[in-house]
Structure formats: structure tokens, C-alpha cells
Design a protein. Structure first.
Ligand SMILES: [Zn+2]
Length: 411
């Protein structure tokens, strides 16, 4: 087995720590931000550029790769990293979130008021339900061609073994904040039964696919906003064993109100085994990364940095702003004069404004390079601050500037 996590430094007054995850394809120094290449590509950016900007690993999505090109193609290619020309560590998420979110139209529903809206059969208006959950698995309709498919814990493990990422996630039922408390309990029971089945199938496949690089399996902690459910999830999955296997690490997922992020992470990370890595699924706004790190998160992933880059929104020490705004037409400074990325050292805001206005393809490439570098570097700086013993100062300094100026330039 070629997977380990070594903690080099742990803070005395918080759950924050610095460590190294070792995989068959290399190491990840933590805490680390992992950029997302959903369909085995970080949209518009070459893998070499992702390495240059400091990305230590990439995360792809099992649901999308299952539908296209199909996991057998990735297996034949020698695995995800080999297929996409990324020599470093890779991660796949299980597809549970995508299967269910495409099924019930999460995006539309989430626009409703989470505090007053409670319904188990959550579905957006005028949207056909594309996924049905039962105790065995999820039946869903492809968003590409309408064909019917079924994911079970066993199928998710088979798909993720064929994709061949260094770290995989157990198949879970992802709920929304709109589900009732009763439904959250049912979904959690189902997720835990599925977790046992994932461990069994993972063990079977690991033995069967002898000679392939070891793939680590992380369990996923659900429980929405409920303290007892989150703690139960951490207790159950933290100690779960089957076929002589336990989880190699944990993902913290599911519905959560970001204002409760720190509280929820404290509940679960005080219970989960200290010596195993913790990944926060799908959260990556600068202010949330600090909350994650100080509450024991080792790795993050989020599509936000690249998604907003394609709409001309960039992160800077002056806060987040939009390069297509006309005030940048004659601004011959870098996007962020403190950034060391390829874009900031070679291009101006005026040029970026021009290529966004002209809908030039290079606009997405250059803005994505900057945003991914900004977030990767921010978490790298947190790691260094932990080692230097000045995390609190670094956080206060960053958020003081970032939030203050975001308020001034909020377009
Ligand atoms: Zn930059």
C-alpha cells in the first residue's frame, strides 16, 4: 500500500495542522487547495500550466467521466493521470452529488429560502426529476442524451477503480438544506449502509486489480446542519471497518449553511481519527478556506476559481472584481501587483479587459491561471504561516484587506 498521511505540525489552540499526503503519483503538502478538472481537463488551461501555478493534484468527477468517455477508456489509457497528461496525484469524487443534484435541480431550489422551505421530494419547478433514490442505489437519466443509468455503491467503486485516481470517495446520498430532519436521518442511514458496501467492493477490487497503483478511499460525512447527525456520522464512519478495510481519510460534504461551517467542522473533526486526512468537498471562497484550515481541513476542492474566471471575475488582494468593467480599459497594471502568476507577470488589466470584451479564448486561459494561482497560493501561505507560528496574524492581515476592499469594489 502506497498511501500515507504524516502530520508535521499541529496547532495547540486549534485543529489546524500541516502534513504530507503520499500517493503512488507523488505527495501533497497540506493544507492544500486542489483545482478541479471535472472532465479530465481544467477548462482552458494546459496541465503544465497547472503545475507551474503550484497545483499539487487535480480532482475530476466520476459521474461526468462515466458518461463520457466511459471509465473503460480511462482504464485502458492507464488511468486518469496518464490519460490527461497529469503526472501528479489525482482525486475523483463519487458522482453522488452530481447524480442527485442534476436529478432534483439543486441550483434552482437553492435559490429558495432554506430557513422556511422544507420538503423531502425536492424538485425545482418545471424541471423533470432525473434521479430516483432507493436503498440499493440511484437511478438517473443522463443530462447528455437522456439515457437511463444506475449507480450503486458497488458500481461507483468499479467506475472509480477504472478511472484510477489516487484518492476516491465513497458513494453517498447528498441531501439539501431543504430536506426535513426525518429525511436527513434516513439519508444518513442509507449513506452509512452504502459506506460499508463501498469498503467491501473497494477491498474486492483492490485484490482483483493487483499490480495497479493503490487507490485510497475516503468516507463522506453527511448530516446537514444537525449537530447530533454530524457527530453520529463522524463516529460511525471514523470507526467503520469491513473486509479488514477502514477509510483512508474523510470528506466533509453535504448540505451546509456557510455561516455554520466552522461549527460543523469542529463537531466532526474532533471525533474523526486525527491521523487521517480530511477533505472539504466543494468549498473554496477565500474566507471559507481560513475557516476550513483552522478547523482541521487538510485539502479543499472547488470549481469556483475557474468558473468565475471565465466570466471575467478575478480574486485579488483588493477583493473580487470584474475585468470587463470599463474602468479597466486604460489600466496598464497587473490584475494583482502582488501575484506572481504567469498572467500577472506578462499582461495588464487593459489587455484582459480587451480580450474579455472581444470574447477571445485566451481570456479564459489567462484569468483561470490567475484565479487558480491566487487560491492555491493563499492556502500555501496558510501552510507556511502555521509552520512559522503566525497564522492568526496572516489571517487578520489577509481578511482585513480582502474584505475591506471587496466592499469598495463590489462589481
Ligand atoms: Zn496573477
Amino acid at each position: 500500500m502506497n498511501f500515507s498521511f504524516d502530520i508535521k505540525h499541529a496547532e495547540g489552540n486549534s485543529l489546524a495542522r500541516v502534513g504530507t499526503i503520499t500517493t503512488p503519483h507523488g505527495q501533497i503538502q497540506t493544507p492544500a487547495f486542489i483545482p478541479v478538472g471535472t472532465k479530465a481537463t481544467v477548462k482552458s488551461v494546459l496541465p503544465e500550466a497547472m503545475a507551474d501555478l503550484g497545483s499539487q493534484a487535480l480532482l475530476a468527477n466520476a459521474y461526468h467521466l462515466y458518461l463520457q468517455p466511459g471509465p473503460d477508456i480511462l482504464d485502458e489509457a492507464g488511468g486518469l493521470g496518464e490519460f490527461m497528461n497529469w503526472p501528479g496525484p489525482t482525486i475523483t469524487d463519487s458522482g453522488g452529488f452530481q447524480v442527485l443534484s442534476l436529478g432534483v435541480g439543486f441550483k434552482k431550489v437553492l435559490a429558495m429560502d432554506a430557513k422556511t422551505f422544507r420538503r423531502d421530494d425536492v424538485i425545482a419547478d418545471n424541471k423533470e426529476r432525473l434521479a430516483h433514490v432507493d436503498d440499493e442505489g440511484v437511478t438517473f437519466k443522463s443530462h447528455l442524451d437522456g439515457s437511463m443509468h444506475r449507480f450503486t455503491p458497488e458500481i461507483s467503486m468499479q467506475v472509480q477503480h477504472q478511472i484510477g485516481a489516487d484518492i476516491m470517495f465513497a458513494f453517498d446520498e447528498c441531501t439539501t438544506l431543504h430536506n426535513t430532519r426525518r429525511y436527513q436521518e434516513l439519508a444518513m442511514d442509507r449513506t452509512h449502509a452504502w459506506a460499508l458496501r463501498c469498503l467491501d467492493e473497494h477491498k474486492r477490487l483492490t485484490d482483483e486489480r493487483i499490480g495497479k497503483p493503490y487507490q485510497a478511499l475516503f468516507g463522506v460525512i453527511q448530516g446537514a446542519q444537525y449537530e447530533d447527525l454530524r457527530k453520529k456520522a463522524a463516529t460511525d464512519l471514523g470507526s467503520m471497518q469491513s473486509s479488514g478495510q477502514s477509510f483512508d481519510g474523510f470528506g466533509i460534504g453535504g448540505a451546509l449553511d456557510k455561516s455554520a461551517l466552522g461549527t460543523i467542522l469542529t463537531w466532526v473533526n474532533q471525533i474523526l481519527p486525527t491521523e487521517k486526512p480530511k477533505h472539504l468537498l466543494g468549498i473554496g471562497a477565500p474566507e471559507d478556506l481560513f475557516v476550513g484550515v483552522e478547523n482541521g481541513i487538510d485539502t479543499f476542492d472547488c470549481v469556483l476559481a475557474s468558473r468565475i474566471a471565465r466570466t471575467s471575475a478575478v480574486y485579488t488582494m483588493e477583493g473580487r472584481f470584474n475585468l470587463s468593467n470599463s474602468r479597466f480599459k486604460r489600466d496598464f497594471t497587473a490584475i494583482d501587483d502582488e501575484c506572481d502568476c504567469y498572467t500577472c507577470t506578462h499582461y495588464t488589466r487593459a489587455y484582459m479587459h480587451h480580450v474579455f470584451r472581444g470574447k477571445e479564448m485566451i481570456s479564459a486561459t489567462l484569468a483561470t491561471i490567475h484565479n487558480e494561482r491566487f487560491i492555491v497560493r493563499l492556502v500555501d501561505q496558510m501552510r507556511q504561516a502555521l509552520l512559522d507560528g503566525n497564522f492568526a496574524d496572516m489571517k487578520a492581515d489577509f481578511l482585513g484587506r480582502y474584505k475591506h476592499r471587496s466592499g469598495q469594489a463590489s462589481n
